[in-house]
Ligand binder design. Structure first.
Ligand SMILES: CC(C)(COP(=O)(O)OP(=O)(O)OC[C@H]1O[C@@H](n2cnc3c(N)ncnc32)[C@H](O)[C@@H]1OP(=O)(O)O)[C@@H](O)C(=O)NCCC(=O)NCCS
Length: 163
């Protein structure tokens, strides 16, 4: 049976890294999103992991960021990954939605995600207005999405940085 649970690093962290190695290509660590994650720290209590009989089969990690001169707080969602053997059942959305609920319950105002709108639009993400969010590196603006949590994501504007 598949369960979606918060990350317990001692139990899940090595298996999550292994899943990233298997699902993302070698260019993964060159991405602009990784530059932000490098200087932030993910939040295990809000991260969500899908496990099947104790085996990690999917994950969504989240990272605190600040946006613009106002230093508006936001949660950065990703990487999201699902074991190839478990694809085809929108498991990524169930995991992401569980992390969104946890972020909202913890009072985070807004979520940012870089990815495919065709998929993550189904979890309520909308493409951010072009150049409203500026990343510390090259970024396809059509893949930058935001979503309200406990506040208003439309307020987010400016340079996105680690807190
Ligand atoms: C992206 C990923 C998490 C989706 O896993 P999943 O929830 O099992 O997805 P499914 O196989 O159930 O597909 C669900 C839908 O999303 C679409 N989809 C899947 N991956 C997609 C992608 N990278 N871009 C656009 N659409 C995608 C599928 O075509 C399907 O849509 P359809 O029913 O209209 O055809 C998984 O493919 C993965 O781990 N990929 C490698 C890591 C990655 O690229 N993560 C996303 C960026 S953070």
């Amino acid at each position: 049976m598949i369960e979606i649970v918060p990350e317990t690093p001692a139990l899940h962290a090595d298996a999550i890294e292994d899943l990233f190695d298997r699902t993302f290509g070698p260019g993964h660590f060159a991405k602009t999103a990784e530059r932000l994650r490098e200087y932030s720290a993910s939040l295990p209590a809000i991260n969500r992991v899908a496990v099947d009989g104790g085996k990690v089969i999917g994950v969504c990690r989240v990272w605190p960021l600040v946006v613009g001169e106002a230093r508006a707080r936001a949660l950065f969602f990703g990487p999201v990954a699902v074991d190839p053997a478990y694809r085809g059942q929108f498991l990524s959305l169930r995991i992401t939605e569980a992390a969104l609920d946890a972020g909202k319950a913890a009072g985070w105002p807004a979520a940012i995600l870089i990815g495919a709108h065709r998929l993550f639009g189904k979890a309520g993400f909308v493409v951010a207005p072009k150049h409203s969010l500026i990343f510390p590196g090259p970024q396809d603006q059509g893949r930058v999405m935001v979503r309200d949590l406990a506040g208003d994501a439309a307020q987010l504007e400016g340079l996105v940085t680690a807190p």
